[in-house]
Design a protein around this ligand. Structure first.
Ligand SMILES: [Ca+2]
Ligand SMILES: [Ca+2]
Length: 203
């Protein structure tokens, strides 16, 4: 009986937490809906707000994968700004990630190229440096906000050869609700019951 009660107390928060703790996808762009093209401006989710970028595929990767070359073909690196301003609330924990790879093209491979990311006032001018043949890497941020805020996401390419930039893919923002204080109390009770159960077991 004691064990049964303890188990119920232990599992209760798990049942309460599981539906509401599910991760929601707020935004996901893998660029697969784009067509490929040089100096591409027709992005579903982005405006090219400076210079130019290319919608690209290949370069030794899976040829079905479309991504962005942050250096277009106009002699200027490009800047992508999200069309939407994302709304962030203190009620959620946000996870934001994106993939970058080196340009995968020739020359100056000892000198990195750069993508600089900003997310409104949340992250400003975070720079990522990759060498020409660096493979895809995922960069992840987890954050909360103190008050509701909306923010556009900006990626800016820079480097040495403005026609050959870093590659960008798989931009995503997900959220999980911040656990309610009541649930935290239940979690505390369940932890206490685990300790109690262990003590009882040892007796
Ligand atoms: Ca892609
Ligand atoms: Ca290019």
């Amino acid at each position: 009986m004691k064990i049964l009660l303890s188990l119920i107390v232990m599992l209760l928060p798990v049942f309460l937490l599981s539906p509401s703790m599910a991760e929601q996808i707020n935004f996901l762009d893998d660029f697969q809906q784009e067509i490929t093209g040089l100096n591409y401006t027709n992005f579903a989710n982005w405006n090219v707000t400076k210079g130019s970028v290319d919608s690209y595929y290949g370069l030794g990767f899976d040829r079905s994968n479309i991504f962005v070359d942050m250096g277009g073909t106009t002699g200027q690196f490009g800047t992508l700004t999200s069309k939407q301003a994302f709304n962030f609330s203190p009620d959620y924990i946000y996870k934001f990630s994106f993939d970058l790879a080196g340009s995968q093209r020739f020359t100056w491979d000892e000198i990195p190229s750069t993508v600089t990311m900003s997310l409104g006032n949340i992250y400003q001018n975070q720079s990522f440096y990759l060498l020409a043949y660096d493979p895809w890497q995922t960069f992840t941020y987890v954050f909360t906000v103190n008050s509701p805020i909306s923010a556009n996401l900006v990626f800016e390419g820079s480097g040495i050869n403005p026609n050959v930039g870093l590659l960008l893919d798989n931009v995503r923002i997900t959220s999980t609700p911040v656990p309610e204080p009541a649930l935290m109390v239940l979690l505390g009770i369940s932890m206490a019951s685990i300790v109690g159960l262990k003590r009882w077991w040892k007796q």
